[in-house]
Design a protein around this ligand. Structure first.
Ligand code: SF4
Length: 226
């Protein structure tokens, strides 16, 4: 759909979103469980039906739909899109050749292939902290994080619930060089996000990091398709 990027360095920019199904993590508070949660594992407790949620289609069809939106930026999200990176490459190559900028939202557990990096995609990486629920060996993959940190333009966005989470972020940054850092409050409502920003703001600035809201929540709430 055509919308605006709601989070991170490109926040507010007009864009199209391509949301892919399937994820290799299972964050409790995931706000897109309909992309992967076929058993009701996340906090919503809803077991989504992949036959309803997933719509396989040729990449050329996806290209035509995205191009028709006439937006400068295309954001590929999930789920975990890098699990399908080989299939994404021809689509991304066609979009960049047509003049679009590309961003991929990833959880940082999958190393991007050189063939993808060479296309000039920006990676918005969101490594998951302990409060997401998966064990550390699953959610923090040193090889993938250091590879992503080496790609020019990559940004790291950490979802935080409280000021206490910032020490955990600092540990990840020191271990894997995951800079620049963006801190985003967890929250599914505009009130929760606003409260989180107020709680985190001073300490984020004091640490020399960046702060991001969730603009789409402020504008459209939890409405799917936005
Ligand atoms: S990595 Fe992202 S899509 Fe996957 S479960 Fe966590 S929040 Fe949801």
């Amino acid at each position: 759909m055509s919308t605006v990027q709601g989070e991170g360095p490109s926040s507010g920019q007009r864009c199209a979103f391509l949301r892919l199904g399937g994820c290799n993590l299972s964050c409790h508070w995931c706000d897109t469980p309909y992309t992967w949660d076929w058993t009701g594992a996340a906090d919503t407790g809803t077991a989504y039906d992949p036959r309803v949620e997933l719509h396989p289609m040729p990449w050329r069809t996806v290209y035509d739909r995205l191009a028709a939106m006439e937006v400068p930026l295309v954001v590929i999200s999930g789920g975990e899109p890098l699990n399908q990176q080989a299939r994404l490459r021809p689509l991304i190559a066609a979009l960049t050749a047509a003049g679009h900028r590309l961003e991929i939202e990833t959880n940082g557990t999958v190393t991007p292939a050189a063939a993808l990096v060479d296309l000039g995609v920006r990676f918005n990486v969101s490594p998951k902290l302990a409060h997401a629920g998966d064990r550390e060996s699953r959610r923090l993959r040193p090889g993938a994080l250091t590879a992503l940190a080496a790609v020019p333009g990559t940004a790291f966005k950490f979802v935080c619930r409280s000021v206490g989470d910032l020490d955990e972020v600092a540990t990840v940054v020191a271990a894997y060089g995951t800079r620049p850092v963006w801190i985003m409050p967890e929250g599914r409502t505009a009130d929760d996000v606003a409260q989180g920003l107020q709680e985190l703001g001073d300490e984020v600035v004091a640490r020399g990091w960046n702060l991001t809201t969730r603009l789409h929540i402020a504008v459209w709430g939890e409405r799917r398709g936005k």
